[in-house]
Design a protein around this ligand. Structure first.
Ligand SMILES: [Fe+2]
Length: 279
C-alpha cells in the first residue's frame, strides 16, 4: 500500500467500486477491553468477518471513534486487526470525539506500508471526501472554517465528479434528543456549501451507533451501525439497543449512482449491560 500524507490523494482505476464503512469501534488500550460489558475487539472482529464473507471491498473506511480512550495502543491494534481481515484493501479513516488525532497519526506512521488515507480518495469515477468534525475537548461536532473551505474547494474543483462525503458527527437530527445534542453545530453552514453543488451524491457518518437513512433534496443522508454497542433509535434518553454490531456498504457505479445497505453480525449473543444509562 502506498504511503500518503495528510494532504495526499489516492487514485484507483476500476469500474464499480465497493466501500465497507465501519465506525465507532471504541477499542480500548488493552486487548479485550470492554464497553458496557462488550468486548469491542471481539465485536470488531465479528463485523470484519461478516464483511469479508459478504463483500469484496476496494476500500475499508472507518468514520471515527475508532478508539474509546484515544490510546496509541488502541490504534496500533485497530490497524493490525483490520489488516488481518483485509490485508490487500486500502484503509481510510477520520477522527471522532473519542479519538486522539495525534495518536492516530503516530500509530499510522508506525506501520510500514499500512498508512491510512486521511483526506480524499479518488476512484476513476468518484471522489470520496473525509471531513474532520471533531472539536477539542468536546463530544459534539463542528466543521471548522478550514475544513469547510477545503470541502468547498474540493467540490468546486471537481464539479462533474460524483462525490460522497464522510464525517463522524451527524449533520441532521436522527430523532433522539440526547444524541442529537451532539449534532454538527454549524450544520446550516455545512449545507449552504453542499447546496451550491449538484455532484454531492451522499453524506454519511458514524457517532449515532445506529442505522439511519433519509433524503434531503434527493441526496441520501446516512449513518452506519457501530461495530460495538448500538443505541436505540427514536428515544430521547440514552438506551442500548439489542440490535447486533454491523457495517454499511456502498457500491459506486461508474454512471454516478450508488447502492448502499447495512449488514449486521448474525447468530451471536454478547454480554452487554443493557440497563446502562450512559457511557
Ligand atoms: Fe462519537
Amino acid at each position: 500500500m502506498k504511503v500518503v500524507t495528510l494532504n495526499s490523494h489516492r487514485s484507483v482505476n476500476r469500474g464499480s467500486f465497493e466501500i465497507v464503512q465501519i465506525t465507532d469501534c471504541h477499542l480500548g488500550g488493552a486487548p479485550g477491553d470492554c464497553l458496557l460489558g462488550l468486548n469491542t475487539d471481539e465485536s470488531l472482529r465479528d463485523v470484519l468477518e461478516q464483511a469479508r464473507a459478504h463483500t469484496k471491498p476496494n476500500l475499508l473506511l472507518a468514520t471515527g471513534d475508532i478508539s474509546g480512550d484515544g490510546s496509541f495502543a488502541s490504534y496500533q491494534r485497530f490497524l493490525s486487526i483490520t489488516k488481518q481481515y483485509f490485508p490487500d484493501v486500502p484503509l481510510a479513516w477520520l477522527p471522532g470525539n473519542h479519538d486522539e488525532l495525534d495518536n492516530m497519526v503516530l500509530a499510522s506512521r508506525d506501520v510500514a506500508g499500512n498508512t491510512p488515507i486521511e483526506r480524499v480518495f479518488r476512484t476513476s469515477n468518484w471522489n470520496l471526501l473525509f471531513l474532520d468534525s471533531t472539536v477539542p475537548e468536546e463530544d459534539g461536532g463542528e466543521i471548522n472554517p478550514s475544513e469547510l473551505k477545503r470541502l468547498e474547494s474540493e467540490l468546486s474543483q471537481h464539479p462533474d465528479v460524483p462525490t460522497l462525503i464522510f464525517l463522524h458527527h451527524q449533520p441532521v437530527a436522527v430523532g433522539s434528543a440526547w444524541v442529537d445534542s451532539y449534532i454538527v453545530k454549524n450544520h446550516r453552514e455545512f449545507f449552504r456549501v453542499i447546496d451550491k453543488f449538484d455532484n454531492v451524491k451522499g453524506i454519511s457518518w458514524g457517532h449515532v451507533h445506529q442505522e439511519f437513512y433519509v433524503e434531503r433534496k434527493g441526496v441520501p443522508l446516512m449513518a452506519s451501525p457501530s461495530t460495538c454497542v448500538q443505541f436505540a433509535p427514536n428515544v430521547d434518553y440514552f438506551k442500548i439497543d439489542n440490535r447486533m454490531p454491523g457495517y454499511r456498504n456502498y457500491r459506486l457505479n461508474s454512471n454516478g449512482t450508488f447502492a448502499t445497505d447495512t449488514c449486521r453480525v448474525q447468530d451471536k449473543s454478547y454480554n452487554i449491560d443493557y440497563s446502562s444509562t450512559g457511557y
